[in-house]
Structures are given as structure tokens and as C-alpha cells.
Design a protein around this ligand. Structure first.
Ligand SMILES: Nc1ncnc2c1ncn2[C@@H]1O[C@H](COP(=O)(O)OP(=O)(O)OP(=O)(O)O)[C@@H](O)[C@H]1O
Ligand SMILES: [Mg+2]
Length: 388
């Protein structure tokens, strides 16, 4: 490729402001050191100048590309863009932050943001264009991954809801089969059929739990201290709490272990902590307390989780337990509290909230009451196939 444009200024191709050779050299140096590709072309689309960043981004040396058509850089299916660009430039228009795709020497497609300005001669006539191209491939890739991640998260949460719904009837069927097998009138052949049926249902249940990513415990409930469970959750969120500038205050009164579905209560408290973190982007205080309620032997435990976050206005407070109600747009799915309430009810407990949005005194407190007599101890799965 030869360069036949000796007369053109290789650095910028534009009429430079008055100020003599020193000013020209300064401008040329600025263009050369730019991180963005700076390219100039005439109105026929012939490339006239090409800086170092253009070489880095597109892979052509100035010797290889100057004098050639700008179409070299445009993918075949986008070549019509050039006509539109030239027409707009002839009208003296500037094109800003036009996000498009160009092709490098290696054939690799590049995501670029282009700003193209007309270049005029001394009489003001448009004679060409200068183009600044910023490589946004990385940003595009990042955005693409982000959207993908969000979709996965949203799908995951949806799946969790479905799994939850599927597992309830499945659990019932498993129990019915178990009872049928115990019946003295059932002969060995039928018992064998029932055993196989039970096995298959176990499999469905496992698939639902695994592929739908939500562990709805069909396993045996466990006796576990609520304060220890809270500590486990706070440990998981420890780094995030610290990073968000949130101080955690604990007030654990001794209470005896509760028979619980541990996975469910873990989800419940995790969502409360995650919500509190979201409500305190500028930091704040999270107070967690566990206290026994009622006479001895205590009726149950009260867990209080109080944040000094934004608070929830009375209109929204009515809606927070509704499925898919969220104020977090893309980030939230709005099933956290909805599921939380179901989990609490399965433990025969209750969940209540008070919130304040006053400028002086704002924050939200969730109160969860979990009774010791929750029916789970009798509900131990047949055959004792439980784990902690
Ligand atoms: N501690 C809190 N402070 C302020 N607002 C809260 C708090 N907890 C919940 N909310 C409000 O209630 C809404 C519903 O909460 P929920 O946990 O159900 O869903 P989410 O957090 O938006 O999404 P998800 O938990 O599904 O990711 C939130 O979007 C938020 O507006
Ligand atoms: Mg939530």
C-alpha cells in the first residue's frame, strides 16, 4: 500500500489553528498520545491520517491504511452506514457517540463508540471528517455478562418459587405411599410397586431441588439454636456488611434450640439481612436480637432485626409481602419477603414490621416470632432420612 498524499498532515489531516509550527507539533503530539483512535478522511472516505491508538485498535500501520477507503474498516453488512455518515457530514452535522461495529485487520469485530466531526477548509467548506473511535468492546462484554447474570438470577428465583410449589405436593405423595406400604392388606407385589414409585418420586424431588436450585427441605427438621443460625447468616454477609459500613449489634438472650427447617430459616434471615444492607447504602446500624418469649418453658423466640436504613413508606409497607413486589428494579425479584412469610408460617410463627421514613429517625424493624410448639417435631419424615 502506498501513501500518495504527501501534502496532507499525517497526524490530524485538519486545518490547524493559527499559531505556527509549534502549535502544530503540540496538536500532533496530543493526537498521537490519545487513547482513542483519531482518524481523518476526505469526503470520498479516503483515510488521510491515522494515530497510534488507531494502529493499536485496528492493527493497521499508517503505511498500510492511509490512502485506502474507510470501508476497509466497516463490516460488509454495515457498509451502508458510511453513506449516511457522509451525507450528514456534508450538511455540517456532527455525529456523537455513535455505537457501532468495525472490523480490525485480524478480522475481529470491534464494538466502538464513534464521534465524527466535519473538517472545513479556510472558506468554511466541508472537505472531510475527523473521527474519534473509542473501543468499547470490554464495556459491551461486561454489559452483556451483567444482563446474562441478571437473567440467571431472575430465572433462579422464579425456579425457586416453582420448586417450592412442586415440593409440597411431592412430600405429601411420599407420605401417602409410605402409609400405603404399611397397610397390612397390601401384598408383597404391590409393596414392591409402591417402593419403586417412592423411589421415582424421590428422584423427581431431588431433581427439582437440584436443578431448580432451591433446597426445600423434605429432610428431617433439626433442633438448632436460633442465635447460632443468625450467626451463620451474619458470617456469610460479614464482608458485605463491613464493606457497606454497617455496624452489627447483637443481643442474644439464652434460648433453647428450636425444631426447624434450617434451610428455610437460613433463607428467611439471609433475605432480611440482604434487605437491610440494600436499605443502608451509606452505612448504618443493624441490631439483631434473640429473646425468649412467654413463661417458662418459654413459648418461643422473638428475633428482632432493626436497621437504620431508608425506611418504607406506609403505602409501600402494605405491599412488601406481595410476590414480585420490589423497589429494586433489575436487582430484586421481590419474592424474598413473600417466601419469608411462607417459611415463618410453616413454623407456625409470625412476622411483623414497623418502619419509619422520617428524615431524623428512619429505619425498619422486622420482628419474627417462632414458637417452640410448631408441629415439626412430629413431622419427622418417615424412615428418618434427615440430615442437619
Ligand atoms: N429493611 C428494609 N428497608 C427498606 N425497605 C425494605 C426493607 N426490607 C424490604 N424492603 C422493601 O420491600 C421490598 C420487598 O422486599 P423483598 O425482600 O420481598 O424483595 P427484594 O429484596 O426487592 O427482592 P428479592 O429479595 O427477591 O431479591 C423491597 O424491594 C424494599 O422496597
Ligand atoms: Mg430481598
Amino acid at each position: 500500500m502506498t501513501q500518495d498524499n504527501e501534502s496532507k498532515d499525517k497526524s490530524s489531516g485538519q486545518p490547524l489553528p493559527e499559531g505556527g509550527p509549534q502549535a502544530n507539533a503540540l496538536l500532533a503530539a496530543i493526537v498521537e498520545s490519545s487513547d482513542d483512535a483519531i482518524i481523518s478522511k476526505d469526503l470520498d472516505g479516503t483515510i488521510m491520517s491515522w494515530n497510534a491508538a488507531a494502529e493499536r485498535i485496528f492493527g493497521y500501520t499508517p503505511e498500510e491504511i492511509i490512502g485506502h477507503s474507510i470501508l476497509t474498516l466497516i463490516p460488509a453488512d454495515l457498509q451502508d452506514e458510511e453513506k449516511t455518515i457522509i451525507a450528514r457530514l456534508r450538511n455540517g452535522e456532527r455525529i456523537e457517540h455513535f455505537e457501532t461495529t468495525r472490523v480490525a485487520k485480524s478480522g475481529k469485530l470491534l464494538s466502538l463508540s464513534l464521534t465524527i466531526s466535519p473538517v472545513r477548509d479556510a472558506s468554511g467548506k466541508v472537505v472531510g471528517a475527523s473521527k474519534i473511535a473509542r473501543d468499547i468492546s470490554e464495556r459491551r462484554e461486561f454489559e452483556r455478562r451483567l444482563v446474562e447474570t441478571e437473567k440467571i438470577v431472575a430465572t433462579g428465583r422464579m425456579a425457586a418459587t416453582i420448586a417450592h410449589e412442586i415440593n409440597n405436593p411431592l412430600e405429601a405423595v411420599v407420605n401417602l405411599i409410605y402409609l400405603a406400604r404399611l397397610s397390612p392388606t397390601v401384598n408383597d407385589q404391590v409393596k414392591e410397586y409402591l417402593r419403586l414409585a417412592e423411589q421415582e418420586i424421590e428422584r423427581v424431588s431431588l431433581i427439582a431441588r437440584q436443578t431448580l436450585g432451591y433446597f426445600r427441605e423434605t429432610a428431617m427438621p433439626v433442633d438448632f439454636p436460633v442465635s447460632v443460625l443468625l450467626e451463620e447468616v451474619l458470617t456469610v454477609y460479614g464482608a458485605k456488611l463491613a464493606y457497606s459500613g454497617i455496624d452489627v449489634h447483637r443481643d442474644y438472650h439464652p434460648s433453647r434450640p428450636l425444631t426447624m427447617r434450617k434451610g428455610e430459616l437460613t433463607q428467611l434471615f439471609s433475605n432480611l439481612v440482604a434487605n437491610a444492607i440494600d436499605a443502608m447504602p451509606q452505612g448504618g446500624d443493624l441490631s439483631v436480637s434473640v429473646e425468649p418469649e412467654g413463661e417458662s418453658p418459654a413459648e418461643g423466640v422473638n428475633v428482632l432485626m432493626a436497621d437504620t436504613g431508608t425506611g418504607i413508606s406506609p403505602e409501600l409497607l402494605e405491599k412488601i409481602f406481595e410476590p414480585f413486589f420490589t423497589t429494586k428494579e433489575q436487582r430484586g425479584t421481590g419474592i424474598g419477603l413473600w417466601l419469608s412469610r411462607q417459611f415463618v408460617e410453616e413454623h407456625r410463627g409470625s412476622i411483623a414490621v414497623v418502619s419509619n421514613t422520617d428524615a431524623e429517625d428512619h429505619g425498619t424493624t422486622f420482628r419474627i416470632f417462632l414458637p417452640y410448639e410448631n408441629g415439626l417435631a412430629q413431622n419427622v419424615a418417615p424412615g428418618g432420612r434427615g440430615n442437619a
